[in-house]
Ligand binder design. Structure first.
Ligand SMILES: Cc1cc2nc3c(=O)[nH]c(=O)nc-3n(C[C@H](O)[C@H](O)[C@H](O)COP(=O)(O)O)c2cc1C
Length: 473
């Protein structure tokens, strides 16, 4: 296990909680994302976070407003990290690219360039895509099936690494007197020919500072997990419980070992959405407000919109908890009699509401209402609500149990909640000796405890030399 927790900030300008953009004073105008990006990057670097992380989604639509409003309009992730390479000095910068719809040569160029521009702080999260509309946006007839997408992703990452190795370290001899710039023996074509990916190379960008950018992979299927074991440096996984996290992290690391990798060179991180304030009660109040702002089907004109998600009704909730609840309003308190007949899913929902809000059935001051249950059901975020100590407890418990090597921290809304996380939770983790107080490394690989890979061609030449020496001996 890494000796300290990895902490990255998953940047979502309009907030990581679907109603975050509605919270009083929250950032809610995509036109101003640049300013929020700059401010967040400076705060994140001052807090000594490992990296800023930018997801990607290759389509938009009104339907996203209700589920993932931050996806409706956002700055392209590669543009964001290229820009931040000039605005920051130490923090890592990870962009997401979709291998189903990208070109390996173009992506190798762009990512090697950011790594050189940032002195080795770039990372690449590869996804295969969950958005069928991306196909139309890229001139395809349909979104490829899972198997095809992952076969392509595996070839894509192999081609990327060969392209990044085009120039060996030291390929540029820069002999000004003799007039030789380059040692041609240290410039290599990739000549990669796969079923889905073909590229000749060489790449016309020098080798990245990190050799290869750290490859992150976020996915959910079995093929996704195979890709992690085979090729990823960091796995970004969503799990529902600490126990599930321990099992998955163990399985992914075991998978890496079976393909001959050092399991310590595979890090596992999971998203978390802290809602934090100086006191637990203040954090509860923030979360109460966010819950109240999640649009449910209350019969207004908004709820009648064609893109309004189905299933945000009392009737739908009745189906989830297994008890007829209506027809009543969403702010009706749940009764003990109803709970006695709840399904397992209903009981799990209730336990989650109580854990996050301190509300209990029968408590007149802080009752559990149908709204709390339904919002918890329709918003599947890994929310943790509390003060610095209780949120840090969660980080520490998951880390020390071996469920994760770290977290991708989402922020409910920008920028107050990000400031709260960096000013309250980070110092508490530092006080506990669980997180760095200074950057000791210069590159993203060094922050994450990942070795710098040898150039594949230089390694092959060394092996060839050893074979020849053995023959001579
Ligand atoms: C925590 C997490 C974050 C993800 N972020 C993205 C993203 O930014 N863009 C994307 O296209 N897919 C993202 N994905 C991956 C999609 O969910 C994945 O492509 C989808 O599940 C389909 O892949 P699968 O066939 O492996 O399930 C993410 C997955 C997880 C678990």
């Amino acid at each position: 296990m890494s000796e300290q927790i990895i902490i990255g900030a998953m940047f979502r300008a309009l907030g990581g909680y679907p109603s975050g953009w509605r919270y009083p004073g929250a950032h809610n105008n995509p036109r101003g994302d640049g300013a929020v990006l700059r401010r967040t990057a400076k705060l994140a670097e001052a807090a000594k976070l490992d990296y800023l992380f930018f997801g990607d989604w290759l389509a938009t639509g009104h339907d996203l407003e209700f589920r993932d409003p931050y996806l409706v309009a956002r700055i392209d992730p590669l543009s964001a990290i290229t820009y931040l390479a000039g605005v920051t000095k130490r923090i890592g910068l990870i962009a997401t690219a979709n291998t189903t719809y990208s070109d390996p040569y173009a992506l190798a160029r762009a990512t090697a360039s950011v790594d050189l521009l940032s002195d080795g702080r770039a990372g690449l999260n590869v996804v295969t895509g969950a958005e069928p509309r991306a196909a139309g946006n890229h001139g395809r007839d349909a979104h490829a099936p899972n198997e095809h997408r992952y076969d392509q992703a595996s070839e894509f990452v192999q081609a990327l690494r060969l392209l990044w190795d085009s120039f060996e370290d030291g390929a540029f001899v820069r002999d000004t007197a003799g007039g030789q710039l380059l040692d041609p023996a240290k410039l290599h074509r990739a000549d990669f020919v796969g079923e889905h990916v073909r590229v000749t190379g060489p790449l016309n960008v020098d080798r990245p500072v990190q050799g290869h950018l750290p490859i992150v992979h976020a996915g959910t299927s079995l093929r996704s997990r195979q890709l992690v074991g085979e090729l990823a440096d960091v796995a970004l996984v969503a799990v529902r419980s600490l126990e599930e996290g321990v099992a998955l992290r163990t399985s992914l690391k075991t998978q890496a070992v079976t393909v001959g990798r050092n399991s310590d060179q595979l890090k596992v991180v999971t998203p978390i959405l802290p809602i934090v304030a100086p006191t637990v009660e203040e954090a509860w109040a923030i979360f109460d407000e966010l819950i109240a702002l999640v649009p449910l089907d209350e019969g207004g004109e908004l709820e009648g919109a064609p893109d309004f998600p189905a299933g945000r009704t009392v009737r739908a909730l009745s189906g989830v908890v297994g008890v007829a609840l209506g027809p009543v309003g969403f702010d009706t308190a749940v009764t003990a009699r109803q709970v006695a007949k709840f399904s397992d899913v209903g009981l799990q929902l209730l336990a989650t509401v109580t854990e996050r809000t301190g509300r209990t059935v029968g408590d007149a001051d802080r009752p559990v209402t149908l709204r709390h249950l339904l919002v918890t059901h329709v918003v599947p975020s890994a929310v943790v609500v509390g003060d610095a100590a209780s949120v840090a407890d969660h980080f520490q418990r998951w880390f020390e149990a071996g469920a994760v090597d770290g977290f991708n921290v989402l922020t409910a809304f920008m920028g107050e909640q990000f400031e709260a996380f960096t000013s309250l939770v980070v110092p508490e983790l530092q006080r506990r000796g669980l997180f760095r107080t200074e950057y000791t490394g210069r590159t993203l690989r060094e922050h994450l405890g990942l070795e710098r890979p040898q150039n594949v061609y230089a390694a092959e030449r060394e092996r060839q030399l050893e074979r020849e020496l053995r023959l001579e001996a």
